[in-house]
Design a protein around this ligand. Structure first.
Ligand code: AMP
Ligand code: ZN
Length: 469
């Protein structure tokens, strides 16, 4: 039985999906105005691993994760560059997808875009107004927070404390609100900003409404798991609950999962603080599998401090797994016998305990750190029980077991193919020869082939220079 720590109850609970064998899961995605940083990558890696494990357990997972493509920051960036907001968001969605692929994150079942779902948002806002849960003033629509009796149930906040904390808002020009706790569902257009037509005038949606609408559209009124970083608990997820549950009268999400922050020098990594590394920057130094390993080597609810040392030790640890897999493949290929001996069969049976330890750790609120420890126990077992005398079947069985567990973690066990210096030099010589023979097609082909493997050529007066990108 899988147990999940639920932010709602602050307890681990047995996971029982709404519909047997199926999981409906929504994870809030990034706002796309720049390359994603490795803090944004944490929820992506965490929830991709949750999804993979659920699939391993036989569930059919409908996984929805949005891109927030309308937002002040996107508009600001667009104005700075003198291009449209759409151009900015399309560009960074494409870049984000490249990064996700590098981190071996499976594409969601659906990746909806906020700007494509405005009609649904207008419908939901209208419904809230009809029910008396929202009201329009001068082109802005607000949600009547106090009307929702469960407000604060996720963040465990009390309305009166919130009111005290929010008093300053009243002075800052939001006095058209009935109550300082009310939040925005729709805001009027400003000069130079994208807008849509609505019953309350031209404008654009507030941030929270998009997730309520997309979750309902692609997963239904009730879902099993809703995820995101812990900074989203309040107000974003609290507001999503208020909107969705006011509309449907039903519990919105059963299990609320939140990952802790990725920190740097013990402060949250964030774009606004400027203390971030993009995934792209990290990919220049490391295979992104190392980043994935680094993230999964900690429990998702524990803060994680980024450091060069931890990345180096993650690189070494991942290599240990990859080397073990390589060795087992070599042994299987060169084995002198095919079938397992009875002793080997018994050993293979013994190795099942590591797979069980892995599942037990993952069942316990996706404890990926302990699950990785189980993989290492299995690697050690393989290193000490398989050798040149092993049968092909035994080496293969152990190899499949290690690869199977790594696959659930989304960790790729093949080493990235790296060209040796001498191979590169040989190809460069061949390219020079091709150029001399005016076979430019072949010369270009070699250049492209090298580039694909991360080798950049530079033609200089002193000859061809090359470097690893
Ligand atoms: P944003 O683009 O800021 O809306 O964030 C997208 C996702 O990344 C959200 O789930 C955030 O909670 C998460 N996130 C942002 N910064 C961090 C961080 N430093 N550590 C962990 N998660 C983060
Ligand atoms: Zn959201």
């Amino acid at each position: 039985m899988i147990r999940i720590y639920n932010t709602l109850s602050k307890k681990k609970e047995d996971f029982i999906p709404l519909e047997e064998g199926k999981v409906r899961m929504y994870v809030c995605g990034p706002t796309v105005y720049n390359f994603i940083h490795i803090g944004n990558a944490r929820p992506m890696i965490v929830f991709d691993t949750v999804r993979r494990y659920l699939e391993h357990k036989g569930y059919e997972v409908n996984f929805v994760s949005n891109f927030t493509d309308v937002d002040d920051k996107i508009i600001k960036k667009a104005n700075e560059e003198g291009v449209s907001a759409e151009e900015i968001s399309q560009r960074y969605i494409a870049e984000c997808k490249k990064d996700m692929e590098g981190m071996n994150i499976m594409p969601a079942t659906t990746h909806p875009l906020a700007t494509q779902e405005i009609d649904g948002m207008i419908d939901m806002i209208s419904e809230l107004i009809d029910k008396g849960d929202a009201y329009a003033v001068n082109g802005t629509v607000y949600f009547r927070t106090r009307q929702f009796k469960d407000y604060g149930k996720l963040s465990h906040k009390n309305l009166d404390d919130l009111q005290a904390g929010n008093r300053s808002l009243l002075v800052s020009g939001e006095d058209e609100k009935e109550d300082p706790l009310d939040f925005v569902l729709w805001k009027p257009k400003k000069e130079g900003e994208p807008y849509w037509k609505s019953p309350w005038g031209d404008g654009r949606p507030g941030w929270h409404i998009e997730c309520s609408v997309m979750s309902k559209k692609y997963l239904g009124e009730q879902i099993d798991i809703h995820g995101g970083g812990e900074d989203l608990i309040f107000p974003h997820h609290e507001n999503e609950i208020a909107q969705s549950e006011s509309c449907s009268g039903k519990e919105f999400a059963r299990y609320w999962m939140h990952n802790a922050f990725l920190n740097i020098d013990n402060r949250k990594m964030s774009k606004s603080l400027g203390n971030f590394f993009t995934v792209r920057e990290i990919s220049e130094k490391y295979d992104l599998q190392v980043l994935r390993f680094f993230m999964l080597n900690a429990h998702y609810r524990s803060p994680l401090n980024f450091s060069a040392e931890l990345m180096e030790s993650s690189k070494n640890a991942l290599e240990r797994i990859q080397t073990a897999v390589d060795n087992l493949k070599f042994l299987a290929e060169h084995a002198s016998t095919q079938e397992m001996t009875p002793e080997e069969a018994a050993k293979a049976e013994e190795a099942v305990k590591y797979e069980k330890a892995f599942d037990d750790s993952m069942d316990d609120d996706f404890n990926t750190a302990d699950a990785i420890a189980a993989i290492f126990d299995l690697v050690k077992f393989a290193n000490t029980t398989a050798d040149e005398k092993s049968s092909k079947a035994y080496a293969e069985t152990l190899c499949e077991k290690i690869q199977g567990l790594c696959d659930i973690m989304g960790l790729i066990t093949e080493k990235k193919e790296e060209l040796l210096d001498e191979d590169i030099e040989k190809l460069i010589e061949e390219r020079q020869a091709a150029r001399k023979a005016k076979n430019f097609a072949r010369a270009d082909e070699i250049r492209a082939e090298l580039l694909e493997k991360g080798i950049v050529l530079e033609d200089t007066r002193e000859g061809v220079k090359w470097k690893r990108a």
